[in-house]
Design a protein around this ligand. Structure first.
Ligand code: CP
Ligand code: NVA
Length: 310
């Protein structure tokens, strides 16, 4: 619990002070620099991880983040838990809170995740819902800073579907002060676009002068069978990359569906940074966990990682 008596949940970027998010990014850079000498700040702490969908990166990065920093993990599939039967969200949240120091959940329904967090006395981290994917976008911000030096003032162009990842890029544009050009089929254009976000039906216009081109699957988990023809015009191709800055990078949260949302030629190019982006999930996760756990009623034992100094 922090000084205000609030639990440090990491559920939605819009719920967290932008300065805190920037301080988490700064810690992520510092922890990446200590990749081979990780500070043992999570000794004695446990993180539960609960999934209602598949995962490679989220599961591995959280598990390794906790363990490299001295902590423990417990992974569960939601369908193996009593919550899949008759046990209530409230009882589950209260019981989980008695066993571990934090919980990361990948849960489709954003509202249920927030209800769960409301009953928890430990920090809850959003490991992706159908609406948002905040941990992914923290890793993406880390990657952009690492590759391009800064995020503020950059142009990021998003292509393809509107989904949990694009929704979180929209939030991040204001928080981290970059311009986001959203290039998606007209029928998917959001009704309202916040400051820093513009709609570009034409992908070539969106790519012009961009520093970052980013896309994601056209068929998110749970949408199997969805028609994809309307997205074909929005594939990220070498021709599209050629409209961007010479230094532009290509990003994707993965898993990739090559020759659907991205052409093989882009994946083969030096602009492709997706493996660094995936690695950065680990470093971002460490910093998110450190922030969540720092004042959560347990002792994070290295004062050099006090977020008050961020
Ligand atoms: N990007 C991402 O969240 O990957 P996983 O689904 O493998 O966790
Ligand atoms: N939009 C994708 C992201 C996967 C990491 C999905 O929800 O399946």
């Amino acid at each position: 619990m922090n000084k205000m008596g609030e639990i440090r949940h990491f559920l939605d970027l819009n719920d967290i002070d932008p300065d805190v998010l920037k301080s988490i990014l700064k810690k992520a850079h510092a922890l990446k620099a200590q990749k081979y000498n990780p500070p043992q700040i999570f000794q004695g702490l446990s993180l539960a991880m609960v999934f209602d969908k598949r995962s490679t990166r989220t599961r591995m990065s959280f598990e390794i983040a906790m363990k490299q920093l001295g902590g423990h993990t417990l992974v569960m599939s939601m369908d193996e838990m009593q919550i899949a039967g008759a046990e209530s969200v409230k009882d589950t949240a209260n019981v989980v809170s008695r066993y571990v120091d934090g919980v990361m959940i990948r849960m489709s329904d954003d509202t249920v995740l927030k209800e769960f967090a409301g009953h928890c006395s430990i920090p809850v981290i959003n490991g992706m819902t159908n609406k948002t994917h905040p941990c992914q976008i923290m890793a993406d911000m880390l990657t952009i800073e690492e590759k391009l030096g800064s995020i503020a003032g950059r142009k990021v162009a998003w292509f393809g579907d509107v989904n949990n990842v694009s929704n979180t890029f929209i939030q991040a544009a204001k928080i981290f002060d970059f311009e986001l050009a959203l290039s998606v089929p007209l029928e998917l254009k959001p009704d309202t676009l916040p400051d820093h976000v513009s709609y570009c039906e034409d992908p070539i216009e969106a790519a012009k002068g961009a520093d970052v081109l980013v896309t994601d699957t056209w068929v998110s988990m749970g949408q199997e069978g969805k028609a994809i023809d309307k997205f074909r015009h929005y594939q990220v191709t070498p021709a599209l990359m050629a409209k961007a800055q010479d230094t532009a990078i290509f990003m994707h949260c993965m898993p990739v569906h090559k020759d659907e949302e991205v052409a093989q030629g882009v994946l083969d190019s030096t602009a492709n940074v997706i493996y660094d982006e995936a690695e950065n999930r680990l470093h971002a996760q460490k910093a998110i966990l450190a922030w969540c756990l720092e004042e959560a009623g347990v002792s994070v034992s290295q004062s050099s990682f006090n977020f008050g100094n961020a």
